[in-house]
Design a protein around this ligand. Structure first.
Ligand SMILES: Nc1nc2c(ncn2[C@@H]2O[C@H](COP(=O)(O)OP(=O)(O)OP(=O)(O)O)[C@@H](O)[C@H]2O)c(=O)[nH]1
Ligand SMILES: [Mg+2]
Length: 581
């Protein structure tokens, strides 16, 4: 097909412009850019205009039909084309009269999308229309085809018409010597030589001249019989090459393609710039988020370190509290308690003060402020990190208006409240787990059991001493009394030992639990610090995921535009080499 290379190049440019439009849409480019690209794509479709001129019945219409391989223009032995016919593509065959001398003919033939064909009546029959053709169609024509009949190419009207063609448009003119099958090759040679000479004389230049037989070419194309030979003889090969070349090298068209590419390139570069800037922003964002993440971790460590002094001090507080509680335990397990009368089950007794309660009180009293202070530190650290994060992320993670905004700042903060409550509950859990009060009762019970032997022993000793005195005299009684007193002393000591072991058990437990308390408080504090700083993770993690995804996306956008840019490079090279040749 005529101008295949050109149309291939043009459609490649169209494809890349479509790809560019898609990229503009996907990468949120300016709407004006899309409008420009749409216009460029539409203007690419602007068809070539071929105008055919010649005398009546020289085979102009046959030539056009042969050139495009379709019988779209009527031909005949009698003068056939009576008006100027402007052929263009349309969904169905339709003739639209435009002026009394011009019809627009819509034909559903594909080649008419790329070519608009102006077929004219013979120059000798249309004196009046000459002006219309020369003024209206020749200036817009990409190719003006003058058809001369081989039997008589010297008819005056065609040559006169040529005189009227403005010099400027002459470069688009080609000569066709039609119906060459009616002449011998030698005659054709003589005619073409002479036509060349005539042109030089009349116009000071020659026009590309092609002796052809449209009849043979049309036969070759329509019947397909003996195709190659007929085509060869028709002279169309050379002619078509020339027209293709003319289409391909058409300076105005090439300039237009170059211009189209240039405009597309400008949009592409702007889009690229924007996308690269976007990618850089995303890279900065992910880097900043990574930095904030690790800074957050570091801050957690720093805040945890600030908890250490409170832990150390609480250990000391605990030891002091233990002293107090130990005193209370000693009271509860005092010797006299073992020898007191055991209360009846339903009797109202003043219960000894709870060691658990006392220990908790002591711990609250001593360590309460310290932990409130620690809560304050945690709260302040969180606020500080919040400020730091917002300042660092200003305009990148946070819009300017929210960048300065902190979390709520009113009264006792949630962090402090929660921290105090959790530390308190840790202390409670610790004390409850000690079960100090539960140790007292069994210890006392054991001591009482032992103590209960004392009156029995006393009674027995008194009885035995009486009997010994009555039977053996005073000495015997004295011995029994002495032994009895010793036995009582043993019971007394045993009771005291029982009490002491209960007390010691409590004291040991208290002393040993120091590490447990520290561990429980440390765990709780760590949990609280991590919980308090987790709010930043809630903010930073999704932001980081999002930024990473966007960074990847913008990376692939940049890559996509880079590939598009390469395609533009290749097309620009093709256009400039076509323009250069
Ligand atoms: N032998 C021969 N006859 C041809 C050739 N081309 C066209 N003809 C004949 O010439 C006659 C006129 O052909 P058309 O194509 O209608 O000529 P035209 O120049 O369009 O005529 P108008 O529209 O009337 O000006 C027809 O009978 C064709 O068959 C050719 O290459 N060789
Ligand atoms: Mg005709």
């Amino acid at each position: 097909m005529i101008g295949d290379d050109y149309f291939e190049l043009r459609s490649s440019i169209g494809t890349e412009l479509l790809a560019l439009a898609a990229a503009v849409r996907d990468h949120a480019g300016e709407p004006e850019w899309l409008a420009i690209i749409d216009n460029l794509i539409a203007s690419l479709k602007e068809p070539f205009v071929f105008v055919v001129v010649g005398e009546v019945n020289v085979g102009k219409s046959t030539f056009l039909n042969a050139l495009f391989g379709q019988e779209f223009s009527r031909t005949g032995v009698m003068p056939t084309t009576e008006k100027i016919l402007f052929f263009k593509h349309g969904p169905e065959h339709r003739v639209v009269p435009v002026t009394p001398t011009l019809d627009e003919v819509h034909v559903p033939a594909d080649f008419l999308r790329d070519f608009h064909i102006v077929d004219t009546p013979g120059t000798n029959s249309i004196e009046n229309e000459h002006q219309q053709i020369t003024e209206r169609f020749v200036p817009v024509a990409d190719l003006v085809i003058f058809v001369f009949p081989a039997m008589n190419p010297w008819g005056a009207s065609a040559w006169q018409f040529l005189d009227k063609v403005h010099r400027e448009w002459m470069r688009n003119v080609i000569f066709i010597l039609q119906q060459c099958d009616l002449r011998s090759p030698e005659e054709i040679q003589v005619i073409t030589d002479y036509m060349g000479q005539l042109c030089r004389q009349r116009f000071g230049r020659e026009f590309p001249l092609f002796p052809v037989s449209a009849k043979k070419a049309f036969l070759a194309r329509s019947s397909g019989l003996d195709r190659e030979r007929l085509l060869e003889e028709s002279g169309f090969h050379k002619l078509e090459n020339h027209i293709s070349h003319a289409v391909q090298q058409n300076p105005a068209r090439m300039k237009k393609l170059a211009g189209t590419l240039g405009l597309g390139r400008q949009i592409l570069e702007q889009l690229k710039e924007r996308t690269v800037a976007n990618m850089r922003t995303m890279q900065r964002k992910t880097a900043l988020l990574a930095e904030l993440m690790s800074e957050r971790d570091l801050q957690v460590d720093r805040t945890l370190k600030k908890v250490l002094p409170a832990l150390d001090a609480t250990e000391r507080d605990y030891h002091e509290s233990v002293m107090r509680v130990a005193g209370l335990a000693s009271d509860a397990l005092a010797t006299r308690k073992a020898f007191q009368r055991e209360p009846a089950p339903d009797e109202e007794v003043q219960r000894p003060q709870s060691l658990d309660h006392r220990l908790l009180q002591e711990l609250h009293h001593r360590a309460g402020d310290r932990w409130r202070q620690t809560g304050l530190i945690l709260d302040e650290d969180c606020r500080q990190f919040d400020r730091f994060m917002r300042a660092q992320g200003r305009n990148i993670l946070f819009m300017a208006e929210t960048a300065g905004k902190e979390g709520e700042n009113d009264g006792e903060s949630e962090i402090r409240r929660r921290f105090a409550a959790r530390v308190d509950s840790a202390l409670r859990r610790f004390v409850i787990a000690l079960k100090l009060d539960e140790e007292i009762e069994p210890g006392l019970l054991r001591a009482r059991k032992t103590a209960r032997w004392l009156p029995r022993v006393a009674f027995t000793v008194a009885g035995l001493a009486g009997i010994a005195g009555w039977l053996g005299g005073l000495v015997q009684a004295g011995i029994v009394l002495g032994a009895g007193l010793m036995l009582m002393a043993v019971v007394f000591l045993l009771t005291q030992m029982r009490l002491a072991s209960a007390r010691n058990a409590i004291l040991d437990k208290l002393e040993e639990s120091s590490a447990t308390l520290r561990e429980m408080l440390a765990t709780q504090a760590r949990e609280e610090v991590e919980h308090a700083f987790a709010r930043f993770l809630d903010l930073l993690t999704p932001a980081q995921d999002d930024a990473l995804r966007r960074e990847q996306d913008s990376g692939s956008h940049v890559e996509r535009l880079r590939r598009l840019s390469e395609s533009f490079d290749a097309l620009e090279r093709r256009v400039s080499s076509a323009r250069a040749s």
